[in-house]
Design a protein around this ligand. Structure first.
Ligand code: AMP
Ligand code: MG
Length: 345
């Protein structure tokens, strides 16, 4: 398939290019759009044929539901059966932005979007290009991350080109994704607000507003999948990743015994060489770690190394939870704890 690349500057939006991309959405084509979290692979959420193309392009399992992206709150009533008070509060605070809310759905959302669940996931991005595209198309845009299923999510147009060129109709290049990890997913259909996927909006952010919030796992009552996507291996580069709990110094000492060619991903990495072949700096704060995470994971495949050790962020709250979640998934659960010399590999 021919893939058209449209470069659109988020600070000076070229409306003729938005018209072209929105036209493609309405013709049932696939359009990759930049968002503040990661790039999304979009199609008209009301067209099951168009949405089917997303699953084919990504190689995504059909039981993994998609997020519907909207550009204004009026669009909600087309797809959502009920908007609880808790959702209104969270939308006021975090939309447009990196929070996806699970609602009870309306019947006009085709089953392929939500994998047959009675619910639908909805997000309003803050990215001007994504919003202009959705607004012009006038339909909710179903969009998972614009990568091949299982690989690290794309935070640059080049990542998308590497994975999906020739597999999608349009790729909009709108620069780098600022946040760099996917949205927080919260389920508001039950008694207690449940975070199904950690992200930039944290459990404490939600507790402050709603009083309560817990982490959910991928199983609902009676063992039915709550957020089916969380059960799949994700974000993995070809080069194996091992997560490390410990300090930079502890990792450096540990790696004195490592004979393989290795890369290390760590924050505040400038003071250490880790006895590694390559040190990839994850910046000096957790926001930078999040923003660079998928870029660095993809980078390891361009290096001549056999293994990557990634130091997990130390704090167990805030955005650190989301960064650790993505790293643990990328590693397939391979973890070394240098704090008490415990390891599961
Ligand atoms: P992605 O679009 O690749 O960022 O993945 C979307 C995430 O949202 C996956 O983890 C899905 O399982 C989750 N999700 C989407 N729709 C629903 C839903 N209706 N109920 C629960 N989780 C959902
Ligand atoms: Mg994804």
């Amino acid at each position: 398939m021919d893939t058209k690349i449209l470069k659109i500057d988020p600070d000076r939006i070229d409306n003729s290019k938005i018209d072209e991309a929105a036209g493609a959405i309405l013709e049932g084509k696939t359009v990759v759009m930049p968002t503040e979290t990661v790039y999304g692979l979009g199609a008209n959420a009301f067209s099951k044929e168009a949405v089917a193309k997303i699953f084919i392009a990504k190689g995504r399992p059909s039981d993994n539901p998609l997020i519907c992206h909207i550009s204004n709150r009026d669009m909600l009533s087309d797809i959502v059966a009920e908007v609880p008070q808790s959702a209104k509060i969270l939308m006021d605070h975090f939309w447009g932005g990196p929070l996806t809310i699970i609602f009870k759905k309306k019947d006009n959302v085709p089953d392929i979007v939500n994998a047959g669940l009675p619910t639908v996931a909805v997000r309003m991005p803050s990215h001007p290009v994504a919003n202009a595209l959705i607004e012009k198309a006038g339909v909710p845009v179903a969009a998972p991350s614009a990568n091949l299923s299982g690989t690290p999510s794309p935070t640059t147009a080049q990542h998308v080109i590497d994975d999906l060129y020739g597999r999608v109709d349009v790729i909009i290049d709108g620069g780098n994704s600022k946040i760099g990890i996917e949205s927080t997913v919260i389920d508001l259909t039950g008694e207690i607000p449940m975070i199904l996927r950690p992200g930039y909006v944290t459990i404490n952010d939600v507790r402050k507003l709603l009083g309560k919030c817990e982490y959910g796992n991928s199983k609902g009552e009676a063992g039915t999948p709550k957020s089916p996507g969380m059960k799949y291996t994700h974000y993995a580069p070809k080069t194996p990743v091992v997560c490390v709990i410990g300090s930079a110094r502890e990792l450096e000492l540990f790696l004195m015994k490592e004979n393989r060619k290795i890369a290390v991903i760590a924050q505040n990495a400038n003071k250490y060489d880790f006895n590694a072949d390559v040190v990839l700096s994850a910046g000096f704060d957790v926001e930078s770690y999040a923003a660079r995470l998928f870029y660095l994971l993809r980078k390891t495949d361009e290096l001549d190394v056999e293994l990557t050790y990634a130091l997990l962020p130390t704090s167990k709250s805030g955005l650190e939870v989301a960064v650790a979640n993505r790293l643990l998934k990328a590693s397939g659960g391979r973890l070394i704890n240098l704090k008490n010399k415990w390891s599961n590999i």
